[in-house]
Structure formats: C-alpha cells, structure tokens
Write a protein that binds this ligand. Structure first.
Ligand code: PGA
Length: 296
C-alpha cells in the first residue's frame, strides 16, 4: 500500500470534523484538494472510508480504523519531531560520557555542576578503566571520554584539562611519614599495592619504575579499585600509588598520609578525548566547553 503521510494527515482532519469544508479551512487548502486526497487514500486502501448521507458525513468501519491509525501516526510524528528538536539543542539532549575510574572522583562533581546549569540534559555516565575506555572509543560507543594518557599513534582528539599527580600513600603510623625527600630505595621493602593491568595509574607507575632501572620492588599486590587500595593501605597492608584526587577526604581526616618520596608525584594529565571526525552532539559539545572554561 502506498499511503502517503499527507493523505493520512488530511484524512485525520476530515474524520475528526466530519466536514470537508472545515477540514479545508483548518488545513488552508481548497475543498476539492481535500476531497481529492481522501479519494486517493480510498483508492490505495481499496475500500470506502466514508459515506455521505444527506449533508452529513459518516465514517465506515474501514474509515474508523483508518482514523485511529492516522491519530497514532500523528502522535508518533510529533514525539519524534520533539526528540529531534531536543537533539539539535542542548536542552533535553543526551550526554554519553565515559570516565576512567580514577577520574570519576572529579567527574562526579563536574557533572553535578554541569547539571545545575543544563538541568534538562540526560546523562549517561560510564565508569571503567583505561583499556575499556580505549575499546569504547574504537567502537564509537561514547561521545566523550575523560582519562589519562592515550597511545601516541591514535586517531583521537586529545585535550588536556587537568593535572593528575600520582602519589605514594601510607597509613598515618608509617615510620617514613615525617621524612622529607625520601630516596625511593627506602620503600623497596614495603609491599606496594597497585592497580590492575589496563589501568592508567598502573601504566604510569610501570613507566616510572622502568626508568629507575636499579630499583626492584620485592612485594606487590594487585587490586582493581582505588577504594580497595586506600582501604588496604589504611589497614596496614602496604603502601599504595594512587591519584592525589582520590584521597582528598582521607587526607583531610588524617586516615592516609602522602609520603614525600623523591621524584614523586608522577605528573600525568587528564584529557578530554573523542574520535577525530566525531560530530559531537550539542550536549557533548557544551560539556566539553564547560570543562575547558573551568566553570567547575
Ligand atoms: P585508571 O585511570 O587508573 O582508573 O584507569 C587513570 C587514567 O586514565 O589516568
């Protein structure tokens, strides 16, 4: 059946008012033009949609069915149009943002401020480690990623927005807590709690220890969350390497101390990352600018 949207639109108005004259007025068309569209619709459907008894129009059973159908199409059209309008603007758009687990400590506050300003933007936040974020970028599964360093040869736009110092944390009763510029060899007997393979923190840490060729850690334990590392350090399991941004609260209440180790902190950057050629939605673009303008 080759029913056109225009035919349905005109038939809906005729069936609603049960008058060709009223329909023509409402649609700003001539009466013959309205009659012709309804006639064409009847031809396509192959069955009469109305009957004229005296001066009054009555819908046939087929006409009533077609009227319900035209109302439903009209409703769906309006809904879709509204969503498309929303997508064109920031208001009501969808922001898909994926962040490294470490960045989430900061991103949560950032998003909260962004939402106060753009309160109709719908947010989809995904928190995961570096390796998964790179895979998501590769498959175009997200608008914007916030994470640390990315491979050099990548097909990505990388915009640094904040420093990410990685520090060595210890429980408050650790013997080195008050020492200044502690040589790295002094911590080699401590167990070091480190993030899982695939994490940006782990990568930065491995790069750092690779440069210190004469330094060998004796004991390491791997954990896949910053929280697990912080709690284990607090409990006395060993020392940890984490982002300074993740320990604000624990430092403030004195549960964790940062050791003043020589060559630390390891300075990394956090970046806004998206694929080259990606057409950012209005919401994603406004979020990108919001981060850069330091409105946070
Ligand atoms: P991660 O993130 O260690 O939680 O993966 C840190 C980063 O990307 O720098």
């Amino acid at each position: 059946m080759n029913i056109t949207f225009r035919q349905l639109q005109i038939f809906r108005v005729v069936a609603k008012s049960l008058s060709f004259t009223h329909a023509a007025e409402e649609l700003f068309l001539s009466q013959p033009a309205v009659s012709m569209q309804v006639k064409q619709l009847e031809n396509v459907v192959g069955i009469p949609l109305y009957e004229q008894l005296g001066k009054t129009i009555h819908l046939t059973e087929a006409g009533k069915l077609m009227y319900l159908f035209s109302i439903e199409i009209h409703r769906q059209f309006n809904e879709t149009k509204k969503e498309l309008d929303d997508l064109k603007g920031i208001e009501g758009g969808l922001l898909q943002v994926s962040v490294a687990t470490t960045v989430n400590y900061y991103a949560a506050r950032l998003l909260s401020k962004y939402c106060q300003k753009y309160n109709r933007v719908r947010i989809n936040l995904d928190v995961t480690n570096r390796a998964t974020l790179l895979a998501k970028l590769e498959c175009n599964e997200t608008d914007i990623v916030l994470m640390g360093s990315v491979p050099n040869n990548s097909d990505l736009v990388v915009e640094p927005f904040m420093e990410n110092p990685l520090v060595i944390i210890a429980p408050p009763n650790h013997p080195l807590v008050d020492e200044k510029r502690i040589p790295i060899r002094k911590i080699k007997d401590d167990t070091l709690l480190m993030r899982e393979v695939g994490s940006g923190t782990r990568l930065a840490m491995e790069r750092f220890f690779l440069e210190k060729k004469n330094f060998k850690l004796i004991s390491m334990i791997e954990m896949n969350s910053n929280e697990a590392i912080k709690q284990s350090v607090e409990a006395g399991l060993g020392l940890g390497i984490v982002s300074q941004h993740t320990i604000e609260l624990e430092q403030e209440i004195g549960r964790l101390k940062v050791l003043d180790v020589a060559n630390f902190p390891i300075m990394e950057d956090w970046n806004i990352i998206y694929r080259k050629g990606k057409r950012l939605s209005a919401a994603a673009e406004s979020f990108r600018q919001f981060i850069h303008k330091n409105e946070n």
